[in-house]
Ligand binder design. Structure first.
Ligand code: DGT
Ligand code: CA
Ligand code: CA
Length: 574
């Protein structure tokens, strides 16, 4: 298929034309590129069957571009494009990744300073060669250096947990403006991806200028990368960027669908629209020139013959195929969790008392909380020994009677988080484990064992008739530490056989299991539990990150045991 190759060339053409300051044409080339990306049939076949005339039938393809396609199909090249590449031999894509760099700036820097790539750019900026150029100045040079720094650090991505609170805060402030009619997060933040490049926000308003002014002057905005009539981009002091776009009410649904992404999901939805004789873009869903069904996302999906697809599933991981077959799972909801079973108290050096943790859980509307303090092997975490665990058990019993007297159905369950030692045994005697409501076991030491040994170690723990839950099963820390070496198929097989539950740890640093493992666990029929691993009561709020990850892994309510009331939950423990 030559479609993708041609799409890429046309995108490149658009960039070159923009660099030259040509009006309108870049837009036409971009449109052609999008259209080719989404095309099901090979453009080569189309040409073979119907020649130029058939190419002109493709949406977004006019005479000039059709000629280019013909030339490419015949010669493997487009002369116009090759000439541009010779004239401007630079790494445009790379340079455009630097915040604040546009095609015109890229061209100027090449012509005046011979800057071809990021390395050249950094050298020139550091030598203060950019500031004196006409149209650049000190600020732009500083921006470029900052943009370069950002690209280097973590490849410019942030943890969802570092971003979502601020994103929601900005969203709320904008929502309160009377000029804002509708507003939503979009992009990867709305899809709740575990790491985020930048935050996208989409709003509807008849007075976009007011919103733009308000947005770029928000507290916490460190820098304004750009501000236009309906589009602005800022850097927050936390170091990440927010893009805001304002669209008219009638295209809100298609714009939200477009800007939520991801890109691959969009390419397929656009293809499906084309098959139905429609055109889907950020501007609307069109039949010919007539806009149909663009107000809400539901309308847009419905008009192209699909049910609504939850944003967390829009990754082109088979959701569209499932939707077409009517086999989209009904994924777990954010309000479906009835309690949190991985919580630490001040008994193991956590921040809050068991009672305060319980009260916080009640405030969240939970029916139960499980206290699972560390055990003795983890000395730095003040791990409890057998004697202390039994004492804690008594204390929890007393608290539970107190709830009963208050005629509350809330219940504190007592567990612990034992350590899986190198040989697969745990650091607490079975006769004590038996007395608890449930037991969690996790790997906290010797993380670098070879795969076979590590797998055997966890398998042995799962075979222990007292161990109910494996905490953070793969051990990764996002962007910091890789997973342990594990044969995950074997883990699933033994989890299923022994009825061991795998944890989805909600900590934004862990999100472990991740969405891919969650999907495999679900397919294997292995039960999971979403826990926060809270060491203080405020962390109970992290549950939404675990739920988001579960939704990204297509988990349904049935797959997650802490959606059950306490009696049902207890049945899942060995
Ligand atoms: P990020 O920011 O890297 O975490 O990921 P996203 O998904 O938020 O990506 P972003 O901010 O570049 O763009 C937001 C959405 O806009 C993206 O999810 C889909 C849509 N979008 C952006 N560029 C394209 C494109 O070239 N083609 C299509 N079909 N959609 C795009
Ligand atoms: Ca984004
Ligand atoms: Ca963006």
């Amino acid at each position: 298929m030559k479609n993708q190759e041609l799409a890429k060339i046309f995108q490149g053409m658009a960039q070159f034309l923009e660099m030259e300051g040509v009006a309108f044409k870049p837009y036409a080339y971009n449109r052609a590129a999008l259209s080719l990306e989404a095309l099901n049939e090979d453009v080569g076949d189309i040409y073979k069957k119907g020649g130029i005339k058939a190419l002109l039938e493709i949406p977004g393809i006019g005479k000039a571009i059709a000629d280019h396609i013909e030339e490419y199909l015949k010669t493997g090249k487009i002369k116009h494009y090759e000439d541009y590449k010779k004239k401007l031999p630079l790494k445009i894509d790379e340079l455009l990744r630097v915040e604040g760099m546009g095609p015109r700036k890229v061209k100027m820097l090449y012509q005046k300073l011979g800057i071809k790539d990021l390395k050249d750019l950094e050298k020139a900026a550091k030598a203060h060669k950019i500031a004196p150029l006409f149209g650049f100045g000190e600020t732009t040079e500083k921006n470029i250096l900052q943009g370069l720094e950002f690209l280097k650090r973590d490849k410019g991505r942030f943890l969802l947990g570092q971003i979502l609170p601020t994103a929601n805060d900005v969203l709320e402030k904008l929502k309160n403006l009377k000029e804002v009619e509708e507003i939503s997060l979009a992009g990867s933040v709305r899809r709740r991806k575990e790491t985020i490049g930048d935050v996208d926000i989409l709003a509807v308003s008849k007075k976009p200028a007011k919103i733009m002014d308000f947005f770029v002057n928000l507290e916490g905005v460190e820098k304004v990368w750009g501000k236009g009539g309906t589009k602005a981009s800022v850097r927050m002091k936390e170091g990440f960027d927010i893009d805001l776009r304002v669209v008219p009410k009638e295209s809100y649904g298609s714009a939200l669908q477009y800007f939520t992404g991801n890109k691959d999901h969009n390419i397929i939805t656009r293809k499906i629209a084309i098959e139905k004789g429609l055109k889907l873009s950020e501007y609307g869903l069109f039949r010919g020139k007539k806009m149909i069904a663009s107000k809400t996302e539901e309308d847009v999906y419905k008009a192209i013959g699909l049910p609504y697809i939850e944003p967390e599933m829009r990754e082109n991981e088979g959701e569209i195929e499932a939707a077409l077959k009517g086999k989209l799972p009904k994924i777990i909801g954010y309000k479906d969790i009835k309690g949190d079973l991985h919580c630490h108290s001040n008994w193991d050096g956590g921040e809050d008392s068991i009672e305060d943790m319980a009260k916080a859980a009640i405030d969240l509307g939970y029916e139960y909380i499980g206290i699972s303090d560390h055990t003795k092997f983890l000395r730095i975490e003040n791990g409890l020994n057998e004697k202390q665990l039994l004492k804690e058990h008594e204390a929890i019993g007393k608290l539970n009677s107190k709830f009963k007297i208050q005629n509350s159905k809330f219940r504190i369950l007592h567990g612990c988080e034992t350590n899986i030692l190198n040989d697969g045994s745990v650091d607490i005697k079975d006769e004590v484990l038996e007395k608890l409501d449930y037991v969690i076991a996790g790997v906290h030491s010797s993380l670098k064992m070879p795969k076979k040994e590590m797998t055997q170690r966890v398998v042995k723990a799962m075979e222990n008739p007292n161990i109910d839950i494996i905490s953070h099963p793969t051990g990764r820390l996002i962007g910091k530490r890789d997973e342990y070496q594990l044969d995950f198929d074997k883990i699933l097989e033994v989890a299923k056989k022994t009825g061991t539950i795998l944890e989805i740890n909600s900590s934004p640093y862990r999100l472990d299991l991740n969405s891919f493992y969650i999907r495999r666990a679900k397919e294997a029929g292995v039960k999971m539990i979403i826990n926060t691993d809270s060491h203080q009561k405020e962390q109970l709020n992290l549950m939404e990150y675990g739920i988001a990850q579960a939704r990204r892994g297509w988990a349904e309510r049935n797959d997650i045991v802490n959606t059950l009331p306490v009696e049902g939950l207890l049945k899942h423990f060995k």
